[in-house]
Design a protein around this ligand. Structure first.
Ligand SMILES: N[C@@H](CCC(=O)N[C@@H](CS)C(=O)NCC(=O)O)C(=O)O
Length: 226
């Protein structure tokens, strides 16, 4: 895919939502430079935050991903229908999936994940993924930034809540593993995170009870900003 020329600067760090932007940008061939966090211009002081040259400031990971997508879409000729589907999934990840994956206090402190219990939205996602490999089917181009947005959030759950059993959604687990195995995912999130995820999700796929792989990785606790 063509690389767009831009002056995109990302303010972020590992263990936060910002690597999902690096992952997405890498998948669509948009280059990003990391900025000095001391100069982070996010109005609430959070990460991620993105600037483009001197005149564009974008915050909220989903808005940033959509902005990155717009830079790529300038060169990749995506149809209006494909753009609409991808941006819908990016919004869904932020507006609907994030609050399922991360249960927060009113002050924004994450205290648990909603994926420990049955969930009808994730059940529907599982049904969608039982029929196709990725959120856009092969006819519509397969893997896309829709998958970056959705799988990033899902993949944060076994990173931050080790031992959580996701095997009640086998197609979601298969999908998460496939996304985590992508080279650009490892480049953005780091090989340790990638290896831990691939191993624990593989365990969930093969364990007769389901979810055993996550428990094995309990000791490898990762820390982040959530
Ligand atoms: N909905 C926001 C959430 C941003 C957010 O909570 N970022 C965390 C790191 S992942 C953060 O900056 N936490 C520190 C704080 O809120 O002060 C997004 O998707 O960008």
């Amino acid at each position: 895919m063509a690389t767009s020329s831009s002056g995109l600067t990302l303010y972020g760090s590992q263990g936060s939502r910002s690597p999902l932007v690096n992952w997405g940008a890498s998948e669509v061939g948009v280059s990003i430079t990391m900025g000095n966090l001391q100069n982070n211009p996010h109005p609430f002081g959070q990460i991620p935050c993105l600037t483009d040259d001197d005149d564009v400031l974008v915050f909220e990971s989903g808005a940033i991903l959509q902005y990155v997508y717009s830079k790529a879409a300038e060169t990749n000729g995506d149809s209006p229908a494909r753009k609409a589907t991808i941006t819908s999934w990016i919004s869904w990840a932020n507006a609907s999936l994030d609050p399922i994956c991360f249960l927060e206090t009113p002050e924004g402190k994450v205290y648990d994940t909603g994926l420990k219990k049955p969930n009808r939205r994730i059940e529907t996602l599982d049904q969608i993924l039982s029929k196709q490999e990725f959120l856009l089917d092969d006819k519509n181009g397969g893997f896309s930034l829709a998958d970056v947005a959705v799988s990033s959030y899902l993949l944060y759950v076994p990173q931050f809540f080790q031992g959580v059993d996701l095997s009640r959604w086998p197609n979601v687990v298969r999908y998460m593993k496939q996304c985590a195995e992508r080279k650009a995912y490892g480049d953005a999130f780091g090989p340790n995170v990638q290896d831990m995820l691939v191993s624990s999700l593989g365990g969930m796929m093969t364990s007769s009870k389901g979810g055993g792989g996550g428990e094995k990785d309990e000791k490898k606790k990762l820390f982040g900003m959530f």
